[in-house]
Design a binder for this molecule. Structure first.
Ligand code: ATP
Length: 374
């Protein structure tokens, strides 16, 4: 349920399972989406995102005895798609090529037997929402539009129905990068402006981080982690999530004791000894795995490491110039650790290291994430 609200979630899954033959596409999926939320299902190809979306839409039913799908507090397992007050936008737009843009947008309203006098006004309003000038575009056919314009029509055609939930299945996948970035921001603004709940499927982690209020990261038909973009990026729960969202360095070791302040643990690992924060899965004598984002690591001269930081000795292997940042690759024992350093201008304030220099890779103990098993 939405925090501080007595309204039921707009969409809720309770232990939903969906099997195709002997293949499980959704395995015990539970989540809820609050009114007005921008909620993304993110994961690699084949992890079950589209199946989850189709279960919401009513194009699929959960297995017999395989949990419940609720919309606005009501179980809808057996309800047809048109009974669910939803609209969907597909990756391939699915526009009718022989109909004009205005007829494409009006189509759903005509199917719902909306009074004829209402239709032109609603079509015009929907076109304005997606920033398409009706005077210029209403009479054109889809073939006379660019890819980005077709995507806007697909969006207008869904929004004109005033759905309580808008389902979007990789809707920006066919657009070039620049247009995709523009549309990402526009979709996010539309979501806030209209107050409509958006459920968005994507395999693009950056897209999900940019747009979403919350993200469900899916892996192998399950939700691996559900949280805000910051929670997912800064506290990935498992190695899969840490790898899938952004870049990370992984370290393994054994917890050998408590830290001096008694809050965390000391780990004996490859490359040396370091401290980690308290975490319920860690106990003395147990193996631990941690992840540290490249931008949370520092590369320092060994004598410059602050006393309260972890440091592993290594040798600079390579420096990669990326513009905004530099990636310093450091050989620590047998492995390579990536450290992202802000580029302060190599022509004016060059980095003080070169390949072969002896350095330390350092980080604050609280800046590593203790991972659970996948
Ligand atoms: P993608 O990003 O590639 O679209 P996805 O995460 O959306 O992937 P789904 O389309 O939900 O994945 O599919 C999950 C799994 O279920 C896949 O292995 C797929 O082959 C299988 N699957 C989906 N629909 C069917 C079906 N109707 N019959 C049989 N198997 C199916």
């Amino acid at each position: 349920m939405a925090a501080g609200s007595t309204e039921p979630p707009v969409v809720e899954f309770r232990h939903v399972n969906k099997t195709f033959g002997d293949y499980k596409a959704c395995n015990d999926i539970s989540f809820h989406v609050a009114k007005g939320e921008f909620f993304s299902l993110l994961g690699p190809s084949g992890c079950g995102k589209t199946t989850t979306l189709r279960l919401i839409a009513g194009f699929e039913e959960p297995d017999a005895g395989g949990g419940e799908v609720l919309i606005n507090g009501e179980v809808v397992n057996r309800k047809r798609p048109y009974e669910r007050q939803l609209a969907m936008v597909f990756q391939n737009y699915a526009l009718f090529p022989h109909l004009s843009i205005e007829r494409n947008i009006a189509f759903g309203l005509e199917m719902k037997k909306t009074p004829k006098s209402e239709i032109p006004g609603r079509v015009e309003k929907a076109m304005q929402m997606v920033r398409m000038d009706p005077g210029m575009f209403a009479r054109r056919k889809p073939a006379q539009l660019s890819g980005g314009q077709r995507q806007r029509v697909a969006l207008a055609r869904a929004l004109v129905l005033e759905p309580s939930v808008l389902l979007l299945d990789e809707p920006l996948g066919a657009l070039d990068l620049k247009l995709r970035k523009e549309m990402q921001l526009e979709l996010k603004h539309l979501n806030k402006q209209l107050g409509t709940t958006f459920i968005f499927v994507t395999h693009d982690q950056e897209e999900a981080l940019t747009m979403s209020d919350r993200i469900a990261v899916m892996s192998n038909a399950r939700i691996a982690q559900l949280g805000t973009p910051a929670e997912i990026y800064e506290c990935p729960r498992t190695p899969f999530v840490a790898r899938f969202i952004g870049e990370s360095n992984f370290f393994e070791g054994k917890a050998t004791g408590r830290t001096a302040d008694g809050h965390g643990f000391t780990v004996e690992g490859e490359g040396g000894r370091y401290d980690i924060p308290h975490h319920p899965v860690v106990a003395e004598g147990k193996r631990v795995q941690i992840a540290v984002r490249p931008e949370w690591l520092d590369v320092l001269r060994p004598e410059d490491v602050p006393a309260d930081e972890n440091a592993l000795p290594g040798k600079v292997q390579e420096i990669i110039y990326l513009g905004e940042t530099l990636h310093v690759l450091v050989k620590v024992g047998e492995r390579t650790v990536a450290v992202a350093v802000r580029n302060e201008g190599q022509l004016t304030r060059p980095l003080g290291f070169k390949s072969g220099d002896a350095v330390a890779v350092a980080w604050k103990p609280e800046d590593c994430q203790v991972l659970e098993e996948d």
